[in-house]
Design a protein around this ligand. Structure first.
Ligand SMILES: [Zn+2]
Length: 115
C-alpha cells in the first residue's frame, strides 16, 4: 500500500478519506495499492496538479530547467509507426509486409525497423 503524494489529498471531502469515529473524526490522504496518475503516485489528476503547484518549480530547478530548445534533427527523428501498407483494401493483413516500420519525422523517409 502507498499514499497518494498529493499535497491537498486530505482536504477533498469524500467518504473514503474519512477516518476515525465521533471524537477523532478526520480526513486522511488516500492509501491504495495502485494509483492511475503520475506514474502510480497520485489518486487523481487534481492531486497531481496540487503536487506540481506546490513542488513543480523546485523540482524543475533541481533536475534542470530547459533553457534552450531541445532539437529534433534528422539523426534522432526516427519513430516506429504503423505501416499502412501491411493490409489490402479489404483490410486483410498482408503477412509478407511488416506491420511496423520506422519513419523519420523530419525527412519523412521510411525504413524497416532496426529490431
Ligand atoms: Zn490524492
Amino acid at each position: 500500500m502507498r499514499y497518494c503524494q498529493g499535497t491537498r489529498c486530505h482536504t477533498y471531502d469524500t467518504k473514503d478519506r474519512k477516518k476515525g469515529s465521533k471524537d477523532n473524526k478526520r480526513n486522511e490522504t488516500r492509501k491504495r495499492t495502485d494509483f492511475y496518475y503520475g506514474n502510480n503516485n497520485f489518486c487523481s489528476l487534481q492531486c497531481q496538479t496540487d503536487w506540481f503547484n506546490t513542488h513543480g518549480d523546485n523540482a524543475i530547478n533541481y533536475f534542470g530547467r530547459v533553457e534552450q530548445p531541445i532539437v529534433l534533427t534528422e539523426d534522432n527523428a526516427w519513430q516506429v509507426v504503423y505501416n499502412r501498407n501491411c493490409h489490402d483494401s479489404n483490410y486483410n493483413r498482408i503477412e509478407s509486409v511488416p506491420q511496423w516500420i520506422e519513419r523519420n519525422s523530419i525527412t519523412k523517409e521510411e525504413r524497416e525497423c532496426e529490431q
